[in-house]
Design a protein around this ligand. Structure first.
Ligand SMILES: Nc1ncnc2c1ncn2[C@@H]1O[C@H](COP(=O)(O)OP(=O)(O)OP(=O)(O)O)[C@@H](O)[C@H]1O
Length: 222
């Protein structure tokens, strides 16, 4: 269980997160939707330990966190294979060429080339491959479907379902509500740095959520 308690974040005098609280259970996936600038990436960066924030997060002592940023970044003169080796080494995990080749049967990337020569979707695939090879307890994934082709989306969804069964927890943002409802037990709607509503069970379907969001966007009462 991961308990996110009243996370608040300011940049200068601008309040970005007004107090986010969410309880995440083992073996479940939680989707976050919200307009551009709502604060999704800021929340994720806070949880990944990349930003200072107020509030607290309670998790098991040795919880291994995996973070997928919304915009992949790679060093210019590091090949795809070297990037994977670097990520695994930084996580104190063994990494053999054989294991890389095994995973690359799924991703089909030219790993001896520089990621600067990759397409957006290929760069996303490389980031995902690095994350999948780390076997984490808690995955924070910022717009993981963005840029992926159909095959990439299928690979990612299947892997999330499998990792959930093995006990991992997921927090995933996307602007494609149906991509989230396919794999998440709970969805949360963030608006201007506030957690407005959560959807579970029969409510966690695109039609219900989209109808609600229209009301928020048109500033009608829910
Ligand atoms: N480093 C920063 N300095 C100042 N303001 C920032 C910084 N990073 C983000 N912001 C602001 O914080 C707010 C939330 O941004 P954030 O990137 O978290 O939104 P988001 O919900 O992920 O949006 P999108 O859907 O467009 O990716 C925005 O108003 C943004 O301008």
């Amino acid at each position: 269980m991961i308990q996110i308690n009243n996370i608040r974040k300011k940049y200068g005098s601008s309040v970005i997160l007004h107090g986010m609280t969410l309880r995440l259970e083992k073996s479940k996936a939680y989707g976050i939707v919200g307009e551009n600038g709502a604060g999704k990436s800021t929340l994720f960066r806070c949880l990944a330990g990349l930003e200072h924030y107020q509030g607290n997060v309670i998790m098991e002592e040795h919880c291994r966190i995996g973070y997928l940023p919304d915009t992949p970044y790679f060093y210019p003169l590091v090949t795809g294979k070297e990037f994977l080796e670097f990520c695994l080494k930084a996580a104190h995990l063994p990494c053999t060429g054989e294991e890389i080749n095994q995973y690359n049967k799924l991703f089909n990337l030219p790993l001896n080339s520089y990621p600067s020569k990759y397409s957006l979707g290929m760069r996303k695939r490389l980031m995902l491959m690095a994350l999948m090879m780390q076997k984490c307890d808690f995955y924070i994934m910022d717009e993981p479907f963005n840029g992926l082709d159909v095959a990439g989306v299928i690979i990612l969804k299947d892997w999330i379902v499998k990792r959930k069964r093995e006990g991992s927890t997921f927090l995933i943002s996307s602007h494609i509500i149906s991509a989230l409802t396919d794999i998440c037990e709970t969805l949360a709607y963030i608006h201007q740095g506030k957690m407005m509503k959560t959807y579970e069970g029969k409510e966690a379907v695109p039609k219900v959520i989209e109808d609600d969001l229209k009301k928020y966007i048109l500033k009608e009462d829910i």
